[in-house]
Design a protein. Sequence first.
Length: 494
Amino acid sequence: MRDLRDWIALLEREGELIRIQAEVDPHLEITEITDRVVKAGGPALLFENPKSSHPLLINQFGTERRMCLALGVESLDEAGRRLGDVLEMQPPQGLAEKVRGLRKLKSIADSQPKRVRSGPAQEIVLTGDEVDLGTLPIQTCWPGDAAPFITLPAVITKDPRDGTRNVGMYRMQVVDGRTTAMHWQIHKDGRADYLLADGKLEVAVAIGLDPITAYTASAPLPKHVDELMLAGFLRGEAVELVQAKTVDLEVPANAEIVLEGYIAKDELTTEGPFGDHTGYYTPAEEFPVFHVEAITMRRDAIYPSIVVGKPPAEDAWLGKATERIFLPAIRMSVPEIVDYDLPVAGAFHNCVLVSIRKSFPGQAQKVMHAIWGLGLLSLTKAVVVVDEWVDVHDYEEVFFRVCANVDPQRDVLLSEGPLDHLDHAPTRQFYGGKIGIDATHKSPAEGARPWPDEIRMTDEIQRRVDERWDEYGLGSGAVAANGRKTALRQLLRR
């Protein structure tokens, strides 16, 4: 997909989008509609007549199926495997391996952003007094929000030292028609560029991108890795860039809307409160001021938005895509990890469930410390470690292991370290306690008594019962194959 319009057309063909022609207010009303639709697993919504001159697209990422459609994969793990194939490249041993290696290298080379002379993003150019953010259907999402917020931007900056590009997704509170706050949190790369700036930092904000490029703005990449290169790799074709009109930055040529301007060093404004993905309002703080000097856009530009709030919200599947795509990279650093899960209810940075191949005493604690030192996972508040045969995506199974296998005196590790900017629980902002729970089977070398065998029916009997289930007259054959827990829940409700 080249752009947002290709994506909307695909969603419509797949029955994944509803057009709403009734006039709807971006002030709270769209949020309430969207929140109900998201929590019901409903479709993407294109509000064609919000109280604005531009349509508004929302809930484009709100289900696993749409996230897979966006990435062009059958499953999110497939996208992770593609990245893993590149990360795990070894020196080729034979001709066939050399050919496959060359194809991978070509794929990487073809992923680099491509400069073009012009693009639809600049069909309309507004400068000076023509600039007015009020013409966009920017949402006030929740009653306690301080103002309307741009919630799905790709904010583009350069490292003042070496010109390295950074693309990040940072919310932007509208201050007036030509000014916003820029929510650059303390741990984010955009803030690092800002702190290195001398006088002012040029900024461009792309709004309304193809879904993969929009996703990569939220991806937790190391600072030296170009988000637009990752977008090109996942898309299978390079992202086209065009020179911005008023700043020395390149912007996606097929964006719907681009804001161009600057942030002056040490000019701050009060930002927030904002109803955040934690389920709570983040309080007002001082953040940098973004001055918009130009707006370029396509004719009949479409404005995309996203609502966060009490989980689950639309951002759940953006987070799950990141979880799956970056598993191979995490395994490169911590090879004993089999799988991991970032529970949506944990707002992604509060809890990590991880399964490991355990081969020596204390390995669970080693993995906890590794996670607490790994990129943005270092902000994780709680780590639960289970054995390799435990499905970390089955929360009941994980909780069973925590209850069955943990001696709190021996298996709970209390530590401290950096925490997410948005975490309201610690006494000190950005820093506080961490907890690690070792729910693996323990060996005598870890001070445990002989570990009992786990109860498990034989494969032969399981197969026999599966085959004969219909004879028993107990209902659906699906229960025989894989629905034992579902059947138990139904019985408990009687």
